[in-house]
Each structure stands twice: as C-alpha cells, then as structure tokens.
Design a protein around this ligand. Sequence first.
Ligand SMILES: [Zn+2]
Length: 501
Amino acid sequence: MLSVIHSGSLHGIDALPIQVEVNTGERGELKWVIVGLPDAAVKESQNRVFSALGNCGFALPISRTTINLAPGNLRKEGPIYDLPIALAIIAATRQADLVHSSEFLIAGELSLSGKIRPIPGAFNLALLAKKMGKRGVILPFECAQSATFVDGIEVYGVEYLKDCVDFLRGFREIAPMQNHEQVVEAPVTNDLKHIHGQKILKRVVEIAVAGNHNLLMMGPPGCGKSMIAKCIPDLMPPPTYSEWLDILKIQSACGITIDTTCRRRPFRSPHHNVSDAGLIGGGMIPQPGEISLAHNGVLFLDELPEFKRTVLEMLRQPLENGEVSIVRSNGKLTFPCKTLCIAAMNPCPCGYFGNRQRRCICSQKQIQQYRARVSGPLLDRFDLQIEVQPVSLSSFQGNSEETPTQIVKERIAVARKIQIARANTYNADLSATQIENTCCCSRDNLVWLQNACQQLQLSARAYHKVLKISRTIADLANKPHIEKEHLMEAMQYRCFDRAWK
Ligand SMILES: [Zn+2]
C-alpha cells in the first residue's frame, strides 16, 4: 500500500516542499530502498527508523519497501525525514490510520528509542506550511517554539513517535504551542559601566551604534577592545518585529535555538581560522555564514589581520550591499547580512607599537606587512577608525562613576529616530545625493573641511565619510546643522587614512 507524508527541505534559508512516499508490499526480495537524491545522513535514516519503530511497538514491513523523497531533482540532506518516513511506513503497513496527516508539514529526527530530536529550520518550515495553506506543523518539541512566530498556523511540538501517531489518528489531544505574547526587553548582559576609563573609545562606540558606522579599533592587547565590542548589542534598540523574524529565519535555518522570550540582537564573533564558507556562507547545499548570522546584529572580527586574506577580501561586497549571493550550478541563493561590523587589531605583530608602557620588538617591515593584510578597499568599509590607548591604572583608583549602558542606549535611540525620520535610513548608508541633502553645513565650514582633507591628502571617499560621521555627531547633539566642532571631532576618527600609506 502507498502512503504520503508532507515535509520540507531547507534550501538556503527557505524551505521547499518535499513529499515522503512509502510503498510496501512490492514483489522482490525483502529490502528497503530510499530514492530521491538522498545524502548519507538520509540513507542512514532507515537504520534509525527501523530501530525506533521496533522500540515503539510497531511492526516492520515484511515485504520489499520503497521510500521516495519527491521531487527527485532536489538534494535531500540530514536526518529531518526520519519522522515522516516512520509515519509513512506505519500508514503504508496499515498499523494506524493517520487521518490528519495531510493537514500538516512534519519533520524530525528519531533516536533509536523513538524520541524525537530537534532539527534545523523549524521556523522556515512553518513559513512554508503557511504558504501552502496547511493547518500547521508538527515538529520536535525542543525546537518548535520559534515556529510559533509564524501567524495563522498551528504549531505542535511532539516528544515521542508514539504521541505523534496517536495525535494524527485523532486518539490524543495535544495543545498547540503558544507564542510568547508579552515579549520582555532583553536585560543588559554586558554593561558599559564596568569598563573603566576609555572615554574616547566609548564615545566612538556610541557614534558607531547611533549611525550604524562600521568601526575598526587598533590598540595593544588588554586595552578593552573585545570587552567593549560585547557591550554593543545591548546599546542597540531592540529589533523591530520584522527584523526579529529575519533573525529567527536565519538562526533557525542554521539549527541555532535562540531564546524567544526576549528579543535580542545577535552578536557573532567568528575565530580568525574561519573558512570562506563559514564566514560568508556556502557548502554543498548553501548555508548562511557568520556574516548572515549577524544580520540585524553585530559581527565582531577580533585580530582582523589574522584572518585569511581571501576571507577578508570576500567580506567587502557583502558589507557594502547588505546581502551575500552564492552562485551554484543550479541557481543563485541570496542571504541578507545587514550587520554592524566591529573589527579589532593590534598595532603590530607583538602588539606594543606606540605603547608608552612596553617596548615593541617588531621591525618596520614586519609592521608594514602586518598592516598590509588589511587592504585599502577593506579599510574603506570602516567609517570609524581609531587607535585605542591602554587603560591608565589611575582610572581604577577612586570611585569614578562610569555611564551605564541604559543612559547611552537612550541617547542612541533618539539619534537613530532622527535619522529614520529624515532619510529613512541610517547615516552610514546615505547615498551621495542624500549626503548632499542631509549633511548641511555652512559654506565656511565646508571650505574648512575641504582644506583639511586636502592638507591631509584624504580621498573624496574619506571626505564623504567625515561628513556622514559629523551628521551622526550632530544628531547625537540634536543639532539640525553640522557645526565645526562636529567636523573636527569626526576628523579625529579617521586615524588610518594616513597611517596606512
Ligand atoms: Zn611590535
């Protein structure tokens, strides 16, 4: 007898419909055959299903059985078809009449005991179910919560194969999972008030977050670069609902279970050994990389020159466009990656160049080679570039009050609102025309800036960046026009325009 269960397969961050068909009672030797471009994990599924069925008290087919994953031209990956295959076998061998099965998309990995294990893509499958007009999804309990953020479908989290069978026969009621109605604001995990001194660094970080400007920090080890980077997600306003859904879609496709009770922006900090595909995205069946996992959040690249040159060069385009395109023989996949990129580096291989407390042991050539790993065009992606000095020990003495994250966050929120109301985008993303229209300053000030840029031999691009940063500084001060003090401050945050030459 033939039976069909509807499931889905991840293609990048979108799920595509898959039909799991099982036919039993065929002529020929007793054997299970899986067809439909399965990968190794799918082929192994028959062993897990075999064992799970036996341990849950179901009989195995006693004749030749074909399992077809349709459509046949799509590669199937991973163990997510275990549960649909098991259900289709139970139905095909007439051990249970799964009357409700066609109303749902079903996916899950099975353990040998029949327990259902979490899978990647719960949220993405729920989106597909909605698109297909299904009543809902049946997913492993552990990962089903994220699916409840898709409106208009029912989400059932199941723990055991037996429960799922009884539910689909109509023998057992399971309550659909509920969305967390009251979403609380994420508590601050890394507070600025715990960082002593570093006034300038804190100021630059505030500007970076306010205008969404990518930031490169250069300073000796232990000066607090990583510590302050970790504070940045808490400084950003919580994601809007649509930003939150995008975050869920990408994290869920990568099998990351995130806390859905509070909306937090992602913070990704890949190690410098990361592969091209790991950072940008890719693989046989392309998956989002770290840069997309940081979408609507923060991508922190520590020890920037230690990353592979090829990886760094591949970053340029996505950082500029806010999306990654991966081309494969069977088409192109696009992943969003609008992220605030924060990078940190030492000033030289030993880390102490320009340090007043310790001597640098590197040669001029070594320092040049080290810095040259960060190419000019990549450097250009960082609007803000500053040198960080080591923390002076005097800042630990006395009880100097440091401004807490909550206060800075409120200032940033005001500045960001001003930008959205004015140009519907953040200052970092202003186009050339928008810069002309929004970065207004007096004739005298403009001449002053042009002269300053000429004297320092800054490029036209750097000139525009200074204007954008000045706009953000003026927004933080709630000033309609850019004034000279804003321009002068912004000029200080382009440290490497000269140092790199
Ligand atoms: Zn050195």
